[in-house]
Design a protein around this ligand. Structure first.
Ligand code: KG4
Length: 331
Protein backbone atom coordinates (compact mmCIF):
# COMPACT_ATOMS: atom_id res chain seq x y z
CA UNK A 1 0.00 0.00 0.00
CA UNK A 2 3.03 2.30 0.43
CA UNK A 3 3.12 3.55 -3.19
CA UNK A 4 -0.56 4.41 -3.16
CA UNK A 5 -1.95 7.84 -2.26
CA UNK A 6 -4.19 7.43 0.78
CA UNK A 7 -6.80 10.03 1.62
CA UNK A 8 -9.39 10.33 4.34
CA UNK A 9 -12.89 11.64 3.61
CA UNK A 10 -15.30 12.98 6.23
CA UNK A 11 -19.03 13.57 5.80
CA UNK A 12 -21.63 15.05 8.17
CA UNK A 13 -23.87 17.19 5.96
CA UNK A 14 -27.17 15.71 7.14
CA UNK A 15 -27.92 12.69 9.37
CA UNK A 16 -25.00 10.34 8.70
CA UNK A 17 -21.57 10.75 10.26
CA UNK A 18 -19.16 8.99 7.93
CA UNK A 19 -15.44 8.54 7.33
CA UNK A 20 -13.47 6.48 4.83
CA UNK A 21 -9.91 5.85 3.71
CA UNK A 22 -9.58 5.61 -0.07
CA UNK A 23 -6.49 4.66 -2.10
CA UNK A 24 -5.74 6.54 -5.34
CA UNK A 25 -9.29 7.92 -5.35
CA UNK A 26 -10.68 4.55 -6.45
CA UNK A 27 -10.25 1.79 -3.87
CA UNK A 28 -12.09 1.88 -0.53
CA UNK A 29 -9.62 0.71 2.12
CA UNK A 30 -11.95 1.19 5.08
CA UNK A 31 -15.13 3.03 5.89
CA UNK A 32 -17.56 3.72 8.72
CA UNK A 33 -21.06 5.18 8.71
CA UNK A 34 -22.86 6.12 11.93
CA UNK A 35 -26.54 6.62 11.03
CA UNK A 36 -28.76 8.89 13.13
CA UNK A 37 -32.06 7.48 11.83
CA UNK A 38 -33.14 6.27 15.30
CA UNK A 39 -32.64 9.77 16.77
CA UNK A 40 -34.88 11.43 14.18
CA UNK A 41 -37.52 8.72 13.79
CA UNK A 42 -39.95 10.10 16.34
CA UNK A 43 -39.94 13.48 14.52
CA UNK A 44 -40.43 11.88 11.03
CA UNK A 45 -37.53 13.99 9.73
CA UNK A 46 -34.08 15.34 10.53
CA UNK A 47 -33.93 17.79 13.47
CA UNK A 48 -30.87 20.01 12.79
CA UNK A 49 -29.91 20.60 16.47
CA UNK A 50 -30.06 16.88 17.28
CA UNK A 51 -28.10 16.07 14.13
CA UNK A 52 -25.17 18.40 14.81
CA UNK A 53 -24.86 17.30 18.45
CA UNK A 54 -24.87 13.63 17.43
CA UNK A 55 -22.19 14.25 14.73
CA UNK A 56 -19.99 15.86 17.36
CA UNK A 57 -20.41 12.90 19.72
CA UNK A 58 -19.36 10.24 17.19
CA UNK A 59 -17.00 11.83 14.65
CA UNK A 60 -13.82 10.85 16.52
CA UNK A 61 -15.00 7.24 16.97
CA UNK A 62 -15.91 7.15 13.32
CA UNK A 63 -12.39 8.27 12.29
CA UNK A 64 -10.75 5.87 14.81
CA UNK A 65 -12.81 2.99 13.47
CA UNK A 66 -11.61 3.70 9.92
CA UNK A 67 -7.96 3.98 10.94
CA UNK A 68 -8.07 0.70 12.89
CA UNK A 69 -9.90 -1.15 10.13
CA UNK A 70 -7.30 0.06 7.58
CA UNK A 71 -4.41 -0.75 9.99
CA UNK A 72 -2.59 2.43 9.05
CA UNK A 73 -1.18 5.34 10.98
CA UNK A 74 -2.06 8.98 10.37
CA UNK A 75 1.35 9.74 8.87
CA UNK A 76 0.56 7.57 5.80
CA UNK A 77 -2.35 9.83 4.83
CA UNK A 78 -1.65 12.38 2.09
CA UNK A 79 -4.78 14.57 2.21
CA UNK A 80 -8.02 15.09 4.13
CA UNK A 81 -11.31 15.90 2.40
CA UNK A 82 -14.59 16.96 3.98
CA UNK A 83 -17.99 17.98 2.69
CA UNK A 84 -18.35 21.74 3.13
CA UNK A 85 -21.51 22.46 1.09
CA UNK A 86 -24.51 22.19 0.71
CA UNK A 87 -26.20 20.83 3.83
CA UNK A 88 -27.24 21.67 7.38
CA UNK A 89 -24.79 24.31 8.59
CA UNK A 90 -24.43 22.97 12.16
CA UNK A 91 -23.88 19.46 10.81
CA UNK A 92 -21.44 20.40 8.04
CA UNK A 93 -19.25 22.19 10.60
CA UNK A 94 -18.44 18.95 12.46
CA UNK A 95 -16.74 17.11 9.58
CA UNK A 96 -15.11 20.29 8.25
CA UNK A 97 -13.68 21.34 11.63
CA UNK A 98 -12.36 17.80 12.22
CA UNK A 99 -10.77 17.83 8.77
CA UNK A 100 -9.14 21.20 9.52
CA UNK A 101 -7.69 19.80 12.74
CA UNK A 102 -6.27 16.76 10.90
CA UNK A 103 -4.89 18.94 8.11
CA UNK A 104 -3.21 21.32 10.57
CA UNK A 105 -1.83 18.61 12.85
CA UNK A 106 -0.41 16.47 10.02
CA UNK A 107 0.48 19.33 7.67
CA UNK A 108 -1.45 17.72 4.84
CA UNK A 109 -3.73 19.42 2.30
CA UNK A 110 -7.35 20.12 3.21
CA UNK A 111 -9.94 19.72 0.46
CA UNK A 112 -13.46 21.10 0.90
CA UNK A 113 -15.86 19.05 -1.18
CA UNK A 114 -19.23 19.81 -2.81
CA UNK A 115 -21.65 17.18 -1.49
CA UNK A 116 -23.49 16.72 -4.78
CA UNK A 117 -20.29 16.28 -6.77
CA UNK A 118 -19.23 13.68 -4.20
CA UNK A 119 -22.48 11.73 -4.71
CA UNK A 120 -21.94 11.68 -8.48
CA UNK A 121 -18.42 10.31 -7.85
CA UNK A 122 -19.77 7.20 -6.05
CA UNK A 123 -19.84 4.88 -9.12
CA UNK A 124 -16.17 5.74 -9.86
CA UNK A 125 -15.38 3.83 -6.63
CA UNK A 126 -16.80 0.63 -8.06
CA UNK A 127 -14.29 0.17 -10.84
CA UNK A 128 -16.37 1.46 -13.75
CA UNK A 129 -14.67 3.34 -16.58
CA UNK A 130 -17.00 6.32 -16.78
CA UNK A 131 -16.33 8.77 -19.60
CA UNK A 132 -17.01 12.51 -19.61
CA UNK A 133 -19.25 14.25 -20.38
CA UNK A 134 -22.09 12.58 -18.56
CA UNK A 135 -25.52 13.56 -17.28
CA UNK A 136 -25.83 13.22 -13.52
CA UNK A 137 -29.17 12.81 -11.79
CA UNK A 138 -28.90 13.47 -8.06
CA UNK A 139 -31.83 12.26 -6.00
CA UNK A 140 -31.78 12.46 -2.21
CA UNK A 141 -33.61 13.79 0.82
CA UNK A 142 -32.28 17.30 0.28
CA UNK A 143 -31.76 17.50 -3.49
CA UNK A 144 -33.32 16.63 -6.81
CA UNK A 145 -31.19 17.97 -9.61
CA UNK A 146 -29.88 17.21 -13.06
CA UNK A 147 -26.30 18.12 -13.98
CA UNK A 148 -24.18 18.14 -17.11
CA UNK A 149 -20.78 16.99 -15.87
CA UNK A 150 -17.85 17.95 -18.15
CA UNK A 151 -15.04 16.81 -15.85
CA UNK A 152 -14.17 16.55 -12.16
CA UNK A 153 -14.85 20.01 -10.75
CA UNK A 154 -16.61 21.18 -13.92
CA UNK A 155 -20.36 20.71 -13.86
CA UNK A 156 -23.42 22.69 -14.90
CA UNK A 157 -26.84 22.62 -13.26
CA UNK A 158 -29.47 21.74 -15.87
CA UNK A 159 -32.50 21.63 -13.60
CA UNK A 160 -33.55 21.60 -9.99
CA UNK A 161 -36.62 21.04 -7.90
CA UNK A 162 -38.89 24.06 -7.52
CA UNK A 163 -39.91 22.94 -4.00
CA UNK A 164 -39.42 19.60 -2.18
CA UNK A 165 -36.73 17.06 -3.02
CA UNK A 166 -37.93 13.62 -4.12
CA UNK A 167 -36.69 11.85 -0.95
CA UNK A 168 -38.35 14.56 1.14
CA UNK A 169 -41.65 13.85 -0.66
CA UNK A 170 -41.31 10.11 0.18
CA UNK A 171 -40.62 11.09 3.81
CA UNK A 172 -43.57 13.52 4.01
CA UNK A 173 -46.06 11.12 2.43
CA UNK A 174 -44.89 8.35 4.81
CA UNK A 175 -45.25 10.75 7.71
CA UNK A 176 -48.79 11.65 6.66
CA UNK A 177 -49.65 7.94 6.43
CA UNK A 178 -47.93 7.38 9.85
CA UNK A 179 -45.65 4.78 8.26
CA UNK A 180 -42.34 5.78 9.84
CA UNK A 181 -39.02 7.37 8.83
CA UNK A 182 -37.21 7.38 6.45
CA UNK A 183 -40.20 7.07 4.16
CA UNK A 184 -38.44 5.95 0.96
CA UNK A 185 -37.72 2.30 1.77
CA UNK A 186 -41.07 1.92 3.60
CA UNK A 187 -43.08 3.24 0.64
CA UNK A 188 -41.04 1.13 -1.77
CA UNK A 189 -41.87 -2.06 0.18
CA UNK A 190 -45.53 -1.11 0.56
CA UNK A 191 -45.87 -0.32 -3.17
CA UNK A 192 -44.72 -3.86 -3.99
CA UNK A 193 -47.72 -5.19 -2.02
CA UNK A 194 -50.33 -3.32 -4.10
CA UNK A 195 -52.71 -5.75 -5.79
CA UNK A 196 -54.39 -3.12 -7.97
CA UNK A 197 -51.82 -1.04 -9.81
CA UNK A 198 -53.54 2.02 -11.24
CA UNK A 199 -52.76 5.71 -11.41
CA UNK A 200 -54.57 7.70 -8.74
CA UNK A 201 -52.55 10.90 -9.14
CA UNK A 202 -51.77 13.18 -12.08
CA UNK A 203 -48.38 13.29 -13.78
CA UNK A 204 -45.86 15.65 -12.23
CA UNK A 205 -45.31 18.55 -14.69
CA UNK A 206 -45.97 18.49 -18.41
CA UNK A 207 -44.55 15.85 -20.72
CA UNK A 208 -42.59 18.05 -23.03
CA UNK A 209 -41.04 20.93 -21.26
CA UNK A 210 -38.06 23.00 -22.29
CA UNK A 211 -36.81 23.03 -18.73
CA UNK A 212 -35.43 20.18 -16.67
CA UNK A 213 -37.26 21.22 -13.53
CA UNK A 214 -38.89 18.98 -10.94
CA UNK A 215 -41.64 19.62 -8.40
CA UNK A 216 -42.95 17.48 -5.56
CA UNK A 217 -45.27 19.69 -3.53
CA UNK A 218 -48.24 19.08 -5.88
CA UNK A 219 -48.14 15.28 -5.67
CA UNK A 220 -47.75 15.44 -1.90
CA UNK A 221 -50.92 17.58 -1.67
CA UNK A 222 -52.72 15.27 -4.13
CA UNK A 223 -51.95 12.25 -1.89
CA UNK A 224 -53.17 14.07 1.23
CA UNK A 225 -56.37 15.22 -0.51
CA UNK A 226 -57.02 11.71 -1.88
CA UNK A 227 -56.77 10.20 1.59
CA UNK A 228 -59.20 12.81 2.99
CA UNK A 229 -61.68 11.99 0.23
CA UNK A 230 -61.12 8.18 0.40
CA UNK A 231 -60.47 7.35 4.06
CA UNK A 232 -60.85 3.58 3.35
CA UNK A 233 -58.44 3.56 0.39
CA UNK A 234 -55.82 0.83 0.24
CA UNK A 235 -52.53 2.29 1.53
CA UNK A 236 -50.43 -0.01 -0.68
CA UNK A 237 -52.26 1.24 -3.79
CA UNK A 238 -51.62 4.84 -2.72
CA UNK A 239 -47.94 4.05 -2.13
CA UNK A 240 -47.73 2.38 -5.55
CA UNK A 241 -49.31 5.28 -7.43
CA UNK A 242 -47.33 7.93 -5.54
CA UNK A 243 -44.06 6.09 -6.15
CA UNK A 244 -44.76 5.65 -9.89
CA UNK A 245 -45.46 9.36 -10.35
CA UNK A 246 -42.56 10.47 -8.13
CA UNK A 247 -40.04 8.31 -10.02
CA UNK A 248 -41.39 8.58 -13.53
CA UNK A 249 -40.49 12.29 -13.85
CA UNK A 250 -36.88 11.54 -12.84
CA UNK A 251 -36.47 9.08 -15.70
CA UNK A 252 -38.36 11.39 -18.09
CA UNK A 253 -36.06 14.36 -17.39
CA UNK A 254 -32.92 12.20 -17.52
CA UNK A 255 -33.70 10.77 -20.94
CA UNK A 256 -34.97 14.14 -22.27
CA UNK A 257 -31.57 15.63 -21.37
CA UNK A 258 -29.75 12.67 -22.91
CA UNK A 259 -31.67 13.05 -26.20
CA UNK A 260 -31.37 16.85 -26.44
CA UNK A 261 -27.72 17.08 -25.44
CA UNK A 262 -26.76 13.87 -27.28
CA UNK A 263 -25.02 12.43 -24.24
CA UNK A 264 -25.36 8.70 -23.68
CA UNK A 265 -23.51 8.27 -20.35
CA UNK A 266 -25.87 8.66 -17.40
CA UNK A 267 -25.06 8.55 -13.68
CA UNK A 268 -27.76 8.34 -10.99
CA UNK A 269 -26.78 8.89 -7.35
CA UNK A 270 -28.11 9.81 -3.89
CA UNK A 271 -30.30 7.98 -1.35
CA UNK A 272 -33.31 7.58 -3.68
CA UNK A 273 -31.09 5.89 -6.31
CA UNK A 274 -31.26 2.73 -4.17
CA UNK A 275 -34.98 2.43 -5.03
CA UNK A 276 -35.38 -0.77 -7.10
CA UNK A 277 -38.42 0.52 -8.97
CA UNK A 278 -36.43 3.61 -10.08
CA UNK A 279 -33.72 1.30 -11.41
CA UNK A 280 -36.36 -0.78 -13.24
CA UNK A 281 -37.99 2.28 -14.85
CA UNK A 282 -34.60 3.58 -15.99
CA UNK A 283 -33.58 0.23 -17.45
CA UNK A 284 -37.00 -0.06 -19.19
CA UNK A 285 -36.45 3.32 -20.90
CA UNK A 286 -32.78 2.72 -21.71
CA UNK A 287 -31.74 2.39 -25.35
CA UNK A 288 -28.85 0.10 -26.32
CA UNK A 289 -26.42 3.06 -26.73
CA UNK A 290 -26.97 4.30 -23.16
CA UNK A 291 -24.32 3.58 -20.55
CA UNK A 292 -25.94 3.80 -17.14
CA UNK A 293 -24.12 3.84 -13.79
CA UNK A 294 -25.90 3.60 -10.45
CA UNK A 295 -23.83 2.92 -7.32
CA UNK A 296 -24.54 0.02 -4.93
CA UNK A 297 -27.06 1.03 -2.22
CA UNK A 298 -24.33 1.48 0.42
CA UNK A 299 -22.70 4.13 -1.80
CA UNK A 300 -26.04 5.79 -2.71
CA UNK A 301 -26.49 7.02 0.84
CA UNK A 302 -24.16 9.65 2.39
CA UNK A 303 -20.67 8.17 2.93
CA UNK A 304 -17.07 9.21 3.44
CA UNK A 305 -15.65 7.23 0.50
CA UNK A 306 -17.26 9.46 -2.14
CA UNK A 307 -15.78 12.49 -0.32
CA UNK A 308 -12.27 10.99 -0.19
CA UNK A 309 -12.67 9.87 -3.82
CA UNK A 310 -13.57 13.25 -5.33
CA UNK A 311 -11.06 14.84 -2.92
CA UNK A 312 -8.31 12.79 -4.59
CA UNK A 313 -9.13 14.33 -7.99
CA UNK A 314 -8.55 17.81 -6.52
CA UNK A 315 -5.46 16.59 -4.64
CA UNK A 316 -3.95 15.37 -7.96
CA UNK A 317 -4.54 18.81 -9.51
CA UNK A 318 -3.12 20.59 -6.45
CA UNK A 319 -6.43 22.34 -5.74
CA UNK A 320 -6.52 22.71 -1.96
CA UNK A 321 -8.72 24.68 0.46
CA UNK A 322 -7.39 27.19 2.99
CA UNK A 323 -7.93 26.54 6.72
CA UNK A 324 -10.28 29.54 6.65
CA UNK A 325 -12.77 27.75 4.38
CA UNK A 326 -16.32 27.87 5.74
CA UNK A 327 -19.44 25.75 5.31
CA UNK A 328 -22.36 26.81 3.11
CA UNK A 329 -26.00 25.75 3.41
CA UNK A 330 -26.50 26.11 -0.34
CA UNK A 331 -24.40 24.85 -3.25
O1 KG4 B 1 -28.68 10.68 0.15
P1 KG4 B 1 -29.37 10.40 1.44
O2 KG4 B 1 -28.94 9.19 2.23
O3 KG4 B 1 -29.30 11.62 2.44
C1 KG4 B 1 -29.48 12.93 2.04
O4 KG4 B 1 -30.65 13.32 1.83
O5 KG4 B 1 -28.46 13.65 1.91
O6 KG4 B 1 -30.94 10.26 1.10
C2 KG4 B 1 -31.90 10.04 2.07
C3 KG4 B 1 -33.25 10.10 1.37
C4 KG4 B 1 -34.44 10.01 2.34
O7 KG4 B 1 -35.35 11.01 2.00
C5 KG4 B 1 -35.00 8.62 2.09
O8 KG4 B 1 -36.39 8.51 2.31
C6 KG4 B 1 -34.65 8.40 0.62
O9 KG4 B 1 -33.38 9.00 0.46
N1 KG4 B 1 -34.57 6.98 0.29
C7 KG4 B 1 -35.38 6.39 -0.60
C8 KG4 B 1 -35.03 5.02 -0.59
N2 KG4 B 1 -34.00 4.84 0.28
C9 KG4 B 1 -33.73 6.06 0.81
N3 KG4 B 1 -36.36 6.88 -1.37
C10 KG4 B 1 -37.03 6.02 -2.15
N4 KG4 B 1 -36.76 4.68 -2.19
C11 KG4 B 1 -35.78 4.15 -1.43
N5 KG4 B 1 -35.53 2.84 -1.48
Amino acid sequence: MCNKVLGIGLESSCDETAAAIVADGRKIVSHAIFSQIKLHQEYFGVVPEIASRAHLEVINDCIDHCMKQASISFNTISYVAATCRPGLVGSLLIALQSAKAISYALSIPLIGVHHLEAHLYAPFLEGYGIEFPFIGLLVSGGNTALYLVHDFGKFELLGNTADDAVGEAFDKVAKFLSLGYPGGPIIETLAQQATVKKQLFPKILADSSESYSFSYSGIKTAVIQYIHEHPDADIAEIAYSFQERALEILARRLFEASRRLKISTLVIAGGVASNKRLREIIFEKKKEYHKIFIPSPILCTDNGAMVAGIGYQYFKKGVFSPLTIDVKARA
